[in-house]
Design a protein around this ligand. Structure first.
Ligand code: GDP
Ligand code: GDP
Length: 437
């Protein structure tokens, strides 16, 4: 089971994103400053008094089409109800109780999910009495806070954590390879999953589904166990917010975090879209092994260069993932779909590959000779030695004279050298420079 979810809801401008940022603090995601990778802050990991949870800012959900009044807030509330274990309902204590607050409250009451009511923008103790009028919403004692000044947020989190269901980190079956299918709506994710379920032995799972119906389905092929992660999310249809991009991204992120392998599914007919890049950015962040599945290959008019051209296109759109293999498949005909499982097995192996320290340091030494490390203001970066700190994904620490002298481009170069020497196909690798005085 993944960590419990807390969702912040409330009408516009009550301070949802301010509170969201305050709760997650300054923790930056790893790829946030990688050029070309866009992402939105809508979802992040939070922690309070040692209790971990996932936090969603439903205010980040937007809709393309203008709709009747109140529709957006209804969608946001519905999202919170569907995804969250505890709902943090935020209102504006200075603005006072509004019709929209009542509207949201009615929705939340019907859901029977636990709700914590926070009354924001009460920046001084003398304002706290303004929270009383919100008693009428029917969620017990309103908690006064100031997200901007960081006051009262601890009281809110105390209450939230109290209401969270207890959970144990999932006992991961180490022998199984966990696969998440991600991509835009209609690229064929559920068709691929259905095809795999149809062609392989599906094991009955005795793992209870969570409240968020994140059902994982184990299958067996050639004595290897695979788990298709969040098959319910992939196959579910017809909810009002299904087509809302950020929602599907959110769902995908949660699946990727529980996966060893992410298949980024691309529609061969429609090509690559902006959303695919965002999803790829999240996949990089999640640290799983990654491959592209170009689906609907049956529907494309092909000559001997078509696959090559498509490959070039993927490489140019995802320059930081040149190491991710590409497989052309068809869920419709079944072409190469079972190859995808073999591929998953191969790249999952690379995800946990360890290299010998001696071999690593030979590569680093050679790399320094071939391309000299950068200099800043007459000072040159010196690499002393490296060590592999962890796997999943492989992470290397390189001790240097001054980590401030390192450049993104030089780290990229070292990454390429490591890949050339050791393979690592299909897995991200991370390099950290540490000053050794
Ligand atoms: P959202 O639309 O609910 O996500 O609201 P935002 O977080 O964007 O905040 C809306 C406005 O309220 C911004 O101008 C914030 O600076 C302001 N704001 C948020 N929290 C507080 C607070 O605790 N006190 C005061 N005075 N202003 C706040
Ligand atoms: P999802 O939203 O990503 O889960 O996509 P679906 O699996 O629901 O597929 C969307 C549409 O594409 C459906 O009409 C499928 O029949 C069609 N489709 C899926 N895979 C293929 C394929 O390999 N070839 C063709 N021609 N159509 C496909």
């Amino acid at each position: 089971m993944s960590a419990p979810v807390v969702a912040i809801v409330g009408r516009a401008n009550v301070g949802k994103s301010t509170l969201f940022n305050r709760i997650i603090g300054e923790r930056l995601s790893i790829v946030e400053d990688v050029p070309g990778v866009t992402r939105d802050r809508l979802y992040a990991k939070g922690e309070w008094n040692g209790v971990k949870f996932d936090l969603i800012d439903t205010g980040g959900i937007e809709m393309d089409e203008e709709d009747e009044m109140g529709n957006l807030i209804r969608v946001q509330a519905q999202l919170a109800i569907d995804e969250a274990d505890v709902i943090l309902f935020l209102v504006d204590g200075r603005g006072g109780l509004s019709v929209q607050d009542e509207y949201v409250a009615e929705f939340l009451r019907r859901s029977k999910k636990p709700v914590v009511l926070g009354v924001n923008k009460l920046d001084h103790h003398s304002h706290h009495a303004q929270s009383y009028e919100f008693y009428s919403l029917g969620f017990g004692e309103p908690i006064p806070l100031s997200a901007e000044h960081g006051m009262g947020t601890g009281d809110v989190l105390d209450r939230v954590v109290e209401l969270l269901p207890s959970y144990e980190e999932e006992a991961i079956d180490e022998d199984a390879i966990r696969i998440a299918f991600i991509g835009r709506p209609n690229v064929g994710k559920s068709s691929l999953v259905n095809r795999l379920l149809g062609e392989n032995r599906v094991m009955v799972s005795d793992v209870a589904g969570t409240t968020r119906d994140a059902v994982d389905t184990p299958i067996i092929r050639d004595d290897q166990k695979y788990v298709l992660v969040d098959t319910a999310g992939v196959r579910r249809r017809g909810k009002v917010y299904e087509s809302i991009e950020k929602y599907s991204v959110l769902r995908a992120v949660r699946a990727m975090e529980r996966a060893d392998v992410c298949f980024i599914v691309i529609d061969a007919e429609r090509g690559i879209a902006e959303q695919d890049k965002r999803v790829a950015g999240y996949a990089l962040d999640a640290g799983c092994a990654i491959a592209f599945l170009v689906n609907k290959w049956d529907a494309v008019d092909k000559d001997d260069k078509t696959a090559h051209r498509f490959e070039e296109e993927i490489r140019s759109h995802f320059p930081f993932m040149r190491w991710a293999p590409i497989l052309f498949v068809s869920a419709l005909t079944g072409q190469r779909v079972s190859r995808a499982l073999t591929l998953a097995r191969d790249i999952a192996e690379n995800l946990v590959m360890r290299v010998q320290t001696s071999a690593l340091n030979r590569v680093l030494a050679d790399a320094q000779v071939s391309v000299a490390p950068p200099s800043t203001k007459g000072r040159k970066l010196k690499l002393y030695y490296g060590t592999q700190a962890s796997v999943r994904p492989p992470t290397f620490i390189i001790f240097v004279n001054d980590q401030e002298l390192s450049h993104f481009s030089y780290e990229r170069y070292l990454e390429n050298q490591l890949r050339e020497a050791f393979g690592f196909q299909g897995t991200p690798i991370r390099i950290r420079m540490r000053t050794r005085s």
